[in-house]
Design a binder for this molecule. Structure first.
Ligand code: FNR
Length: 350
């Protein structure tokens, strides 16, 4: 068992069954989720020797925000189901590691309480059926100090196979989602307007930038063509992502899509990546392929469930420690010098 599998087992032991299954869930027969990890595993780096790696630097700026490490917490719904403090605990863990976190539209926690923990954070947007609600939530996120918006563009339908593990169907009312930053009266008045609007288009990128004044990242891009469309529509960053293998079950993986996206838009915007990243060696492979930052999902959720804020800090700290060791062994002293390092696929001629 890897340490992350052990951590997942500890989380599963404390979570209600439907929550634990929700965190693990994958689309289709799980090919994309499985290969998402395998494709990172298959990348090989060509090390350099006789380099001064006595001091390792992992600090970067992400859309203008300085962070101690390019390892970012991916936005994940409904963290109060993993720990009563939800994103407050996640933000505390991220702050302890000098990291940044994404905050899902489906948070049950007030933005101001998340912001008070001191970690920089980005607000992830799912458009709501009533756009006025999206506008209200974005304005509240801006007021509370969100540093960027992340528009998730890969969610044109839900792909959770088992309806009972979808949060709105959970038996415990208090774990329901999307209500952390609206008053009870606003939720009541919103009714069906609070539902997801699955029709996301390029114009939504410009609209979000205009109502927020913040940079917008488009999350869930897997082709050079779409990355180009996002940048042309005003995105200042793209996140190459399969949503952790939770959307299209037989999708190409993030590791396989990253090179073409970097080649197309890497000179014009920040390219980030997530899905299946399970250690510092994967982070280095992603950065060496041209990603500026790597987002981590489930391992953080499992850390949150198993150990609260400390559990989150432990996961991020472990990733960062592995990142530093891998850099040292690779002969590269700073994450900023990682691209371009030679990355070859196992079994290829290189
Ligand atoms: C997610 N993800 C996600 N993405 C998003 O844009 N908005 C959201 O609300 C959620 N919610 C969510 C809940 C849970 C339980 C998981 C596991 C994931 C996707 C997430 O941001 C990220 O893309 C993946 O989790 C990355 O893959 P790994 O690291 O989990 O393999």
């Amino acid at each position: 068992m890897t340490w992350i599998e052990e951590l997942a087992a500890r989380a599963d032991a404390v979570l209600p069954d439907y929550v634990s299954r929700y965190v693990h869930s994958v689309a289709g027969d799980g090919a994309c989720a499985r290969e998402g990890v395998e494709d990172w595993d298959a990348l090989r780096l060509r090390p350099s020797v006789l380099r001064d790696v006595s001091t390792i630097r992992t600090g970067v700026e992400l859309l203008g925000t300085p962070v101690a490490s390019p390892i970012v917490v991916a936005p994940m719904a409904q963290q109060v189901a993993a720990n009563p403090l939800g994103e407050v605990a996640t933000a505390r863990g991220a702050a302890a590691q000098g990291s940044l976190l994404g905050v899902s539209t489906n948070t049950g926690v007030r933005f101001a309480d998340i912001a008070a923990e001191g970690a920089p954070w980005w607000y992830q947007v799912y458009l709501t059926a009533d756009r006025g609600i999206t506008r209200t939530l974005v304005e509240r996120a801006v007021e509370a100090g969100a540093a960027a918006l992340v528009l998730t563009v890969d969610t044109t339908s839900l792909s959770v196979e088992h309806p009972e593990i979808h949060p709105p169907n959970w038996p415990d009312e208090s774990l329901r989602f999307r209500t952390g930053n609206l008053s009870a009266a606003e939720v009541e008045a919103a009714g069906a307007g609070l539902g997801t609007n699955f029709a996301v288009g390029p114009d939504d990128i410009g609209w979000l930038a205009s109502i927020s004044g913040l940079p917008v990242l488009a999350k869930g891009v897997l082709t050079a063509r779409d990355a180009r469309r996002c940048v042309d529509a005003g995105a200042e960053g793209v996140v190459v992502s399969t949503h952790g293998g939770r959307r299209l079950g037989n999708s190409v993986t993030s590791a396989s899509a990253l090179p073409e996206v970097v080649a197309e838009v890497g000179g014009e915007c920040e390219v980030h990546v997530d899905s299946g990243v399970r250690g510092g060696h994967h982070v280095v492979a992603a950065l060496a392929t041209g990603a500026r930052a790597v987002h981590v999902g489930r391992p953080v959720m499992w850390g949150l469930a198993a150990g609260g804020a400390q559990g989150v800090a432990d996961v991020l700290g472990r990733f960062r420690g592995e990142l530093e060791t891998t850099l040292r062994q690779l002969g590269v002293a700073s994450v900023l010098d990682l691209y371009p390092v030679d990355v070859v696929r196992r079994g290829s001629a290189g």
